[in-house]
Design a protein around this ligand. Structure first.
Ligand code: KIV
Ligand code: ZN
Length: 500
């Protein structure tokens, strides 16, 4: 028997962009839309055409980019919104009409009859203009069921191709979602979509319940972005459906991690390390029992292989580390430590971890070098750094580095002095090697204006990733130190040519 298959409508570019603090340029939207298309999303809600000139430019670019996905614009039940969508060459409209008395009374100040008329007029108008129409009921989960059905049934009579039930403020539970969706699925003869918000942390569970009740389409966003607590996360819904319910989608699972990072970069909304599926820690292990288990058989502490979604496993070294993990890491580095050396490294890592800090890769390598009598050479050295910042000047840094036997000078601008200094170093490093800064974290170790700060960076050369730390009373120097520590580790590892 063939598997049941459902459609994915991704609304990262509309509901996701409504995340407070997020605004994407048309170019960024186009890049994300292309990635969503490659991921296998069926419908891309590219934005709301009525919003602004920039939004229309973005939607139009996406519509004309030759993507496989259906390109959709959000519209209210207004002819002007539909005209704006038409001007962007979209395939479909996500035509939204509020249905709860709360919204009718306080937001629209209209009666049920008036709102129904508006909805039907808009559906008719969109159909007449050749658009595919998904008629969506906003706040459906708090609406009178009879009225909700009436809106859907009369909209379908006017030609709506699909309907969508919105749990706008995330008040459904999986049981209630199942009942509501089963009721709507039995009432209408067009596909039903689920649009669930995460106010109570149940968006994924409610979306899955909707699918179990017969919904044929789900609305999701990458990383669960969206208004307030966000929408159901694409990666969570897709994984739950395919892993636990034998429901198929067209999503290429291997691209999930990559698109999560792309959206994180463009939206500036950091993905929590503990975020399900795509968080940095989703496949990281530190505790001794866990790392030993994972090394013996990954499935002991991982529900799926990280490679399945394009992620990777990481063993983290800190106070919970086990000697087994240390030994494994040393062997992975091509070393053959004695039992005493493993013990010594294990003790030193624990000691560092006991200070309440994660042990970075660069620190672990320094311990290993010291214990095993290995040499380490700084390939890049800081010779001079000047930073200018102030009230009416753009923060600027100039840096002179010695890169093996060459002296390299660069300058960089930034939003602040730290950014300027990092940008200057970045230019040298990216020019001479292909090392990129992936993450930057800063922590004050002590309080007060004379606080000692601790900067941890994550760098990659595409093949390897290293974390490194810099600690100083001066945030610029701490940042520069962290960068150079990481860069030197990567370059040294590369020079040794091992698997480190
Ligand atoms: O959450 C919601 O109800 C929405 C609609 C406006 C579609 O995003
Ligand atoms: Zn929404």
């Amino acid at each position: 028997m063939s598997k049941r298959s459902i459609k994915i409508l991704d609304t990262t570019l509309r509901d996701g962009e409504q995340t407070p603090g997020v605004a994407l340029t048309p170019e960024q939207k186009l890049e994300i839309a292309k990635a969503l298309d490659e991921l296998g999303v069926d419908i891309i809600e590219a934005g709301s055409a009525i919003t602004s000139e920039g939004e229309r430019q973005a939607i139009k670019m996406i519509s004309n980019a030759g993507l496989n996905a259906e390109i959709c614009s959000f519209t209210r039940a207004l002819r002007s919104d539909i005209d704006a969508a038409l001007a962007c060459d979209v395939d479909s409209v996500h035509l939204v009409v509020p249905t709860s008395d709360l919204h009718l009374q306080y937001k629209l100040r209209k009666s049920r009859g008036e709102v129904k008329e508006m909805a039907l007029d808009a559906v008719r108008y969109a159909i007449e203009h050749g658009l595919t129409v998904e008629l969506s009921a906003e706040d459906a989960s708090r609406s009178d069921l009879t009225y909700l059905k009436e809106i859907f049934l009369s909209g379908i009579e006017e030609g709506a191709h699909r309907v969508c039930v919105c749990d706008t403020v995330g008040v459904l539970t999986p049981e209630r979602a199942y009942e509501l969706f089963a009721e709507i699925v039995q009432t209408v003869d067009v596909p039903v979509a689920a649009h669930c918000h995460n106010d109570f942390g149940m968006a994924t569970a409610n979306t899955v319940a909707a699918v179990r009740a017969g919904a044929q389409e789900v609305h999701v966003t990458v990383n669960g972005l969206g208004e307030r607590a966000g929408n159901a996360a694409l990666e969570e819904v897709v994984l739950a459906l395919t892993q636990f319910y034998d429901v198929e989608t067209r999503i290429q699972l291997k691209k999930l991690y990559e698109i999560s990072r792309l959206v994180e970069r463009h939206t500036g909304m950091p993905v929590s390390p503990t975020k399900a599926i795509v968080g940095e820690n989703a496949f990281s292990h530190e505790a001794g029992i866990h790392t030993a288990g994972v090394l013996a058989h990954p499935l002991t502490y991982e529900p799926i292989a990280p490679e399945m979604i394009g992620h990777r496993r990481r063993l983290v070294f800190g106070k919970h580390v086990g000697s087994h993990a240390i030994e494994n890491e040393l062997r992975r580095m091509g070393l053959e430590p004695t039992k005493e050396q493993v013990r010594e490294i294990f003790e030193q890592v624990k000691k560092l971890g006991d200070r309440g800090k994660m042990v970075t890769d660069a620190e672990l390598r320094a311990i290993v070098d010291a214990v095993m009598g290995r040499t380490f050479e700084e390939i890049v050295k800081l010779e001079e750094l000047t930073v200018v910042s102030g009230n009416k000047v753009t923060p600027t840094a100039s840096v002179r580095l010695r890169f093996e036997d060459k002296q390299v000078t660069e300058s960089g601008l930034g939003v602040g002095p730290v950014d300027a200094a990092i940008n200057a170093i970045r230019k040298v490093v990216e020019g001479m090697s292909n090392i990129r800064l992936q993450e930057y974290h800063v922590d004050a170790i002590s309080g007060g204006t004379d606080a000692v700060v601790d900067v941890v960076v994550k760098l990659t050369d595409g093949k390897r990733i290293v974390t490194a730390r810099g600690t100083s009373g001066d945030i610029i120097m701490a940042s520069v130190q962290a960068m150079l520590n990481g860069v030197n580790r990567l370059l040294w590892d590369r020079k040794l040519g091992g698997s480190e």
